[in-house]
Design a protein around this ligand. Structure first.
Ligand SMILES: Nc1ncnc2c1ncn2[C@@H]1O[C@H](COP(=O)(O)OP(=O)(O)O)[C@@H](O)[C@H]1O
Ligand SMILES: [Mg+2]
Length: 222
């Protein structure tokens, strides 16, 4: 396995782009074996609302949000030709080797291992990094709806500047969530893993990362 690719929930706002991305990934897996890890998107947002309203326990909120990733994974599998859902890393390895795109529904693995803290700082970005660490892949690719990491939220601030490359330790010092969650830099440092944040509305950029070519993306260096 070469890579773990997280497909963010934000992309569900762009139906044509997301369909195109899924079709593109289904071809790429034959050349570069990888697995897809789903984001939580709107399903995790429902859990955020319930948590705010009811003050859920951290454990319950965490598990509910992870189940949201399973739902988004089922959704992605319906858009992705040549894909199969799976629940274990072994199954994912077998599928990717045979040229079928594995979409890992993470709930069983996360519930059983339970190695990540239960907080909203740990989202699907961190879970993807954790999975990438377990598989010892070379690349973690986080596919989202903006070009990468900016100095501020590019959807809210005209002054936001694009960051092409940043060290995980530096991002950790920022101490805030960007297009990736707050816990991610810690895991990248621990696993000595490089991470690429890429805009999924341009599938050719994801292909460029898989092929080790330059393009528009943020590289977070461990
Ligand atoms: N500093 C920042 N740089 C980039 N994006 C940011 C930043 N701060 C906030 N964002 C927001 O983060 C969003 C992507 O993260 P998120 O909503 O978790 O989506 P996903 O998990 O689907 O990739 C972007 O749409 C952007 O508006
Ligand atoms: Mg996110």
């Amino acid at each position: 396995m070469e890579a773990v690719i997280k497909v963010g929930g934000s992309l569900s706002e762009y139906p044509e782009c997301l369909r195109r991305l899924c079709r593109s990934l289904s071809g790429l897996v034959r050349v570069h074996p990888f697995l897809v890890l789903p984001g939580g998107g709107m399903f995790a947002d429902v859990v955020r609302v319930l948590d705010r309203r009811f003050g859920l326990s951290d454990a319950a909120a965490h598990r509910m949000a992870v189940l949201g990733m399973d739902i988004y994974g089922l959704f992605l599998s319906d858009l992705t030709p040549n894909s199969r859902i799976c629940y274990s890393l072994g199954e994912a390895e077998r599928l990717s080797k045979s040229g079928t795109l594995p979409i890992l529904l993470p709930s069983r693995l996360v519930f059983r291992e339970d190695q990540l803290e239960h907080s909203w700082d740990v989202t699907s970005d961190s879970i993807a990094a954790w999975v990438a660490g377990l598989l010892h892949v070379e690349k973690l690719i986080l596919v989202t709806d903006v070009d990468g990491v900016f100095t501020e939220d590019p959807k809210r601030s005209r002054d936001a500047e694009f960051v092409g490359e940043i060290r995980a330790s530096e991002l950790l010092e920022w101490g805030e969530r960007t297009s990736v969650d707050r816990f991610l830099p810690r895991l990248l440092l621990r696993e000595r893993l490089d991470c690429f944040v890429v805009n999924g509305r341009y599938p050719e950029r994801v292909e460029a990362v898989l092929e080790g070519r330059g393009s528009v993306y943020t590289r977070i260096k461990a």
